[in-house]
Design a protein around this ligand. Structure first.
Ligand SMILES: Nc1nc2c(ncn2[C@@H]2O[C@H](COP(=O)(O)OP(=O)(O)OP(=O)(O)O)[C@@H](O)[C@H]2O)c(=O)[nH]1
Ligand SMILES: [Mg+2]
Length: 244
């Protein structure tokens, strides 16, 4: 499991302990961007007493996408057959992990979803609910993907899915990173399933969400949607010409 962290000193200890308790077979990699609040040092201390906890120290804040790509590369070098993404802030419940891993037996990508039947979202202000709802509907329609929570960051990728995706082409940094990977997985034709999760607002620390991150997602989704439609239109006459 890769847990990206930036200033999560009040969360990292507890969240790692919960993962280790909920899924003891899972190894944890904390991918820290040299957090000024000392998160990296706390993670080192955890790794010092637990051989299944590892830390990837990155030089500075470089976005969620870059931290995940580095974490994926780390995991693939070591031959893991699946990689899990999870936030450090307690929004994703480690106790949901066994259900996600179970679903990964029959899927290449498992998305822990806030927007499928049975999911719960706790303590989120209505503005965040609306943003996530509308953003996901837009992504779903613009990209033609049967995914209800394309921005969610609680996922399992089987290595086969990562092999099928050209990770070198990924440029997104914020929420757009999750949407981009959903899109690439969908286009690669791998099996994607969604599992309902209980999502809770962070209790400690500050959100790194910013208007810039939302704008990046909106801009990229729109661009991908336009590109996909243009490609579909270009493809159509050829397809018709081939029709007997
Ligand atoms: N390594 C690294 N981790 C990051 C970076 N930005 C965010 N994160 C981590 O990514 C996860 C999600 O970030 P959050 O700040 O919780 O963003 P969010 O969940 O969209 O926002 P909230 O719902 O308000 O918490 C957390 O574990 C963060 O610490 C970054 O630039 N580098
Ligand atoms: Mg969060």
């Amino acid at each position: 499991m890769v847990i990206p962290t930036y200033n999560e000193a009040d969360n990292v200890r507890h969240v790692v302990a919960r993962v280790r308790a909920a899924a003891p077979a899972v190894d944890v990699l904390v991918a820290d961007d040299n957090s000024p609040d000392g998160t990296g040092g706390i993670a080192d201390a955890l790794a010092g007493v637990d051989t299944q906890v590892h830390v990837l120290h990155r030089p500075g804040k470089d976005g969620l996408g870059a931290a995940y790509l580095a974490g994926f590369a780390w995991a693939r070098e070591r031959g893991y057959d699946a990689v899990v993404e999870m936030d450090a802030d307690g929004s994703h419940a480690p106790e949901d992990l066994p259900a996600l891993l179970h679903a990964a037996r029959d899927a290449d990508v498992v998305i822990g979803s806030r927007w499928t039947r049975g999911a719960r979202v706790l303590n989120w202000p209505w503005r965040r609910l609306l943003l996530s709802r509308v953003g996901n509907l837009y992504a779903r329609v613009a990209l033609g993907m049967p995914v209800s929570d394309a921005t969610g960051g609680y996922r399992v990728y089987r290595s086969a899915a990562l092999d099928a995706i050209d990770l070198g082409s990924v440029r997104s940094q914020g929420y757009a990173f999750q949407v981009e990977l959903s899109r690439l997985a969908h286009r690669a034709g791998v099996r994607i399933v969604e599992v309902p999760i209980t999502f809770a607002e962070r209790e400690h620390g500050d959100s790194k969400m910013s208007p810039l991150i939302v704008a990046e997602a909106l801009w990229r989704v729109t661009r991908w949607g336009v590109r996909d439609r243009r490609a579909a239109v270009r493809g159509r006459p050829r397809a018709l010409a081939r029709w007997p």
